[in-house]
Design a protein around this ligand. Structure first.
Ligand SMILES: Cc1cc2nc3c(=O)[nH]c(=O)nc-3n(C[C@H](O)[C@H](O)[C@H](O)COP(=O)(O)O)c2cc1C
Length: 287
């Protein structure tokens, strides 16, 4: 996969788009998207689990098979949807969302708008359109299309409701050596930009549940989730785990662009817990 622009820049400029232009996506862009999702390399995440992505084109939200896809009025003029499919367990969800965010950034780079959706769509309607394996389900979808310059009042109001532009500050998210001390932006060394890329990521209801601890010797960065109690319980899966895959994707792609070499590992550092809601997920180690 090649990005045309700097991925760090793409991470900085991406925003959820809910209103699309009436202009259809060009056939050459559809070809690029199809090649991307058909390339197995692009489905490889930090852990060894499987997932897939499917493209569904729509006209007035109706598919070629005549199925109406429901998005409860949140999305206007989508030209197609990319549908995520994976198994419903912790590391499959984290792995899959890493790959789905890479797709989102790839599309952003192509000037195509996206909006991660885990809740405001009818899973039943999407399930009618695609074939899903026995243990699989749809964790997320994104509409796609070229962004309409003037967004609806609805979009603006929604951004205010979920405080979309309100990204938490470093001292609410990132820690130095243990959860006892917050991480100073100026003391993060080479990890300053990768960690800043995590901060700018999209998350369900903009809750930003990622908590990072940078080791004292600055060779390892541990990723934790602080679960929002009861979030998404009714949906039957832990949607916020998708946020952690997104954070890991932003971190990893930024490190790669900065030519920092490292690997993911699951080695719980057994730190004193931040609180009851906090759970260790993975670590990135320089190598
Ligand atoms: C896992 C996940 C699920 C989301 N689900 C929805 C959704 O169901 N409906 C919606 O309108 N936006 C959804 N969003 C978009 C978030 O509201 C958005 O990312 C957040 O408000 C930050 O805004 P930004 O993406 O413009 O930075 C979701 C985002 C993520 C990462």
């Amino acid at each position: 996969m090649t990005f045309q622009k700097s991925v760090i820049e793409t991470i900085r400029t991406r925003q959820s788009i809910r209103t699309y232009d009436t202009q259809d996506i060009t056939e050459s862009d559809y070809k690029i998207i199809t090649e991307y999702i058909d390339n197995k390399q692009n489905l490889i995440g930090p852990f060894n689990s499987k997932g897939k992505m499917e493209l569904i084109r729509v006209t007035d939200n109706v598919t070629d098979k005549g199925i109406k896809l429901g998005t409860y009025g949140f999305i206007k003029n989508p030209k197609a949807y990319l549908v995520g499919i994976c198994e419903n367990n912790t590391y499959s969800l984290v792995n899959f969302s890493y790959t789905f965010e890479k797709l989102v950034l790839f599309l952003t780079d192509l000037q195509i708008g996206t909006c991660w959706m885990g809740g405001t769509f009818s899973r039943k309607s999407f399930e009618k359109e695609i074939s899903i394996g026995e243990r699989e389900f749809i964790p997320c979808v994104t509409p796609i299309g070229y962004p309409k310059e003037k967004q609806r009042m609805f979009d603006k109001a929604l951004r205010i409701v979920v405080k979309a532009d309100n990204k938490k500050a470093w001292n609410q998210l990132f820690y130095d050596e243990s959860f006892e001390a917050v991480l100073d932006y100026n003391k993060a060394g080479p990890f300053q930009t990768p960690i800043e890329s995590v901060r700018l990521g999209p998350s369900a209801s903009n809750k930003q549940p990622w908590r990072l601890v940078l080791a004292n010797d600055r060779t390892v960065c541990h990723f934790f989730i602080e679960h929002t109690p009861n979030y998404s319980t009714k949906l039957g899966y832990q949607m916020q785990l998708l946020d952690i895959g997104i954070a890991m994707c932003h971190f990893d792609l930024t490190c790669k662009e900065l030519k920092m070499h490292g690997e993911w590992e699951i080695e719980d550092p057994k730190l004193e817990r931040l609180n009851e809601q906090a759970e260790y997920i993975a670590s990135w180690r320089i190598c």
